[in-house]
Design a protein around this ligand. Sequence first.
Ligand code: CP
Length: 310
Amino acid sequence: KKHLISAADLSREDALRILDTAEELAQVSERSIKKLPTLRGRTVVNLFFEDSTRTRISFEAAAKRLSADVINFSAKGSSVSKGESLKDTALTLQAMGADAVVIRHGASGAPQNLTQWVSGSVVNAGDGTHEHPTQALLDAFTMRRRLGDLAGRRVAIVGDVLHSRVARSNVLLLHTLGAQVTLVAPPTLLPVAVDAWPCEVSYDLDAVLPKSDVVMMLRVQQERMNAAFFPSAREYSRRYGLDRDRMARIHDDAIVMHPGPMNRGMEIAAEVADSARSTIVEQVANGVTVRMAVLYLLLGGSEPAIGGTL
Ligand code: CP
């Protein structure tokens, strides 16, 4: 495949190939080999129209660990502020030569549009409320490392599903990998089309927690929020926040995830986020490895990695 736009583009075989490649890369990294020559001479452009901490840094780190040249573009401070369109920005990048463009954009569908204007691979790093496929891959990788095979595992995804590209990509990928997903949210924070998603829906977090192997908390996206959907932070926290009392309902081997950035004290209590059950920091570290695997597989590295691992 040339691009990674949606988790729905990945067959089970594709997804396992990425996860298995990431596992090999993690093992190489654990042997203290930090840099591989695999993408030497290739250029990766990080094209970020929306803010990011984790995704942007981890794509940069991933490309650099594979020896690619990296160009970071931020809409802030660019000619986008003078009204330049995505198409003209893309044509400029194309003229400079980019083997891969990693794009984050506030408009759902922007990465798909970009594929018309650049000849390199396009990787969706989050588009509007649509998808964030590499987040779903790093989440699946983290779950697999902690829990083994995901087939039959029960995953609760909790909170502001309506605005969450992370939730949509996770539902699609986890379904492909054979896990059973339950979305838990107030009715106002679920998409209208959720009935067509391959998952169950519940409004009762306390009932779902004891049955879950993974509890993934979502950020309440206040910047995209209509006040009518979200009248009170205190009420939200009381019904859908994960605090110490609710943690007592989760079984001993279950893990707690959050893609970040977190609203500590809103959807997740600080002591839960910092507990031994939380994989939040691990998710960030795994993000680099998984994004290395994605770039490697899309760009088809020209040199074998250390020890012929890849
Ligand atoms: N999880 C995630 O996408 O975080 P950033 O917005 O910081 O990239």
